[in-house]
Design a protein around this ligand. Structure first.
Ligand code: B12
Ligand code: SF4
Ligand code: SF4
Length: 374
């Protein structure tokens, strides 16, 4: 039954979005971010997406809402806060503990945001019979950041993520495309001015220029998207980050306006993921990995990639206490784990690795794997 519309539908929509748990909601015309396609093309042509070939595959659809769905007239951009209660940089330099980025310490946002987008979309279709809708979060060929900026949620900061005056850098984004012609809000206000805190904070120099990122140098890409060995030049910079990175977000001065995300209990961090001990993680087999990371986005990368990341952190730890689990993983069935274990051992105890190296190269025909790593 249609919802009574005694107020403009845009007002009712935003009230409903807030009720469902979205901290921000804005509307843009479908063609309100006209430079997006050309900037995406330039980024892809530079190869800045690395091995994320899915970014190339539907670039025409990604570059503009009408490229994906010719009938779309308006984009409803939504933001859900995941602002942390604790300082995300507090564990920097803690040798025996890994750092998991804030977004991955609670429930998987893809599930949480998608469910709520669907709820809002259902409400809209009831309120405006005949309207058609599609909902997106993260994985579809949709450029959520420029669309959110065009819809008034904030602006793309020099770290390239959307910054909001009220929620800082801590918004998950999602979008509803609709055939309805809704009144647009106009682009987000605010800006970075002369600040360059995020650029200066990046441990791997992933910003060739303000507002531009080279994903191949970003720790988030290296630890999550990259499947193989982590290039040597980035291993030290990764420090103890074992899944993603928050540094450029965490230093943004606009975060001081962001209240911790009380409304979204789903994103509250799981205790074992806020201070994860490397020794515990290095002992995980496949079944234990699946159990520990059930319901977490980390499950997607699988046990081998996660152990690879933990071994990089172990190699950077300077802790002799991590030697036994590292040595045990020299015999792991997964080449990427064996290789990363060799590198970690070479950092922690070069003499022991020197003794192991020749024996392993000769005995196991593992020369290719080891040559890439250590
Ligand atoms: C691919 C991707 C990545 C890649 C590449 C990152 C990137 N910045 O593109 C990697 C794996 C590195 C990554 C990392 C992270 N990601 Co990510 N990622 C995406 C994804 C799937 C696509 C982004 C995209 O389209 N990139 C292509 C580039 C070309 O687009 P762009 O960044 O908007 O580029 C703009 C600027 O370069 C600008 N520009 C270019 N030249 C110039 C020149 C001037 C003068 C100006 C002003 C602008 C300008 O125009 C371009 C077009 O708008 C989105 C989800 C989605 N579907 O949108 C999530 C998304 C962007 N990621 C997100 C998050 C949370 C992260 C991490 C924080 C996760 C973590 N903690 O580890 C990090 C942050 C790293 C960072 N500083 O960006 C959130 C960001 C939320 C927000 N508030 O913005 C998103 C929106 C997911 C979501 N649904 O919430 N991510
Ligand atoms: S997420 Fe980390 S590595 Fe990636 S750009 Fe930001 S500070 Fe650099
Ligand atoms: S840290 Fe400074 S430059 Fe970077 S996004 Fe925030 S305000 Fe902009």
């Amino acid at each position: 039954m249609p919802v009574r519309q005694d107020k403009p539908i845009e007002v009712l929509l935003k009230a409903k979005a807030a009720e469902i748990g979205f901290a921000a909601c804005g509307i843009a015309d479908a063609d309100a971010a006209p430079r997006t396609a050309e900037r995406l093309r330039a980024w892809l042509d530079e190869g800045a997406h690395g091995d994320m070939l899915w970014m190339e595959e539907r670039a025409e659809q990604r570059g503009s809402p009408r490229g994906l769905w010719p009938a779309v007239r308006s984009v409803i951009a939504l933001g859900m806060s995941y602002a942390p209660a604790a300082d995300p940089l507090a564990l920097a330099g803690e040798g025996e503990v890994g750092r998991i980025s804030v977004y991955a310490q609670g429930a998987d946002y893809h599930d949480v945001v998608k469910r709520r987008l669907k709820e809002l979309a259902r409400w809209l279709v009831e309120a405006a019979p005949g309207a058609d809708v599609k909902v997106f979060v993260d994985t579809a060929p949709v450029m959520e950041k420029p669309l959110s900026e065009a819809a008034g949620l904030g602006w793309q900061g020099k770290h390239t993520n959307l910054v909001s005056r009220s929620h800082g850098s801590w918004l998950f984004l999602g979008a509803i495309y609709t055939t309805l012609a809704l009144a647009p809000d106009g682009p987000g206000r605010g800006g970075c001015g002369s600040c360059d805190a995020c650029q200066a904070a990046c441990p791997t120099d992933a910003f060739p220029a303000p507002y531009r990122i080279d994903a191949r140098r970003c720790i988030s890409y290296l630890t999550i998207e990259n499947k193989g060995p982590i290039p040597r030049e980035f291993r030290a910079g990764i420090g103890n980050r074992i899944y993603g990175c928050d540094d450029c977000l965490a230093v943004c001065p606009w975060n001081k306006f962001a209240a911790a995300a009380q409304a979204n209990l789903a994103f509250h961090p799981r205790a074992e993921l806020t201070v994860p001990y490397l020794a515990d993680l290095l002992a995980l087999d496949d079944a234990a990995f699946r159990q520990v990371f059930a319901g977490s986005p980390i499950k997607r990368i699988g046990r081998d990639r996660m152990l690879r990341n933990c071994l990089i952190a172990a190699g950077n730890s300077g802790s002799a206490r991590l030697l036994p689990p590292v040595v045990a993983l020299l015999d792991d069935p997964a080449p990427v784990v064996r290789g990363a274990a060799a590198w970690a051992l070479a950092q922690l105890d070069p003499a022991l690795w020197a003794a192991e190296r020749s024996a392993r190269m000769a005995a196991e025909a593992d020369a290719d794997v080891l040559a890439e790593w250590a």
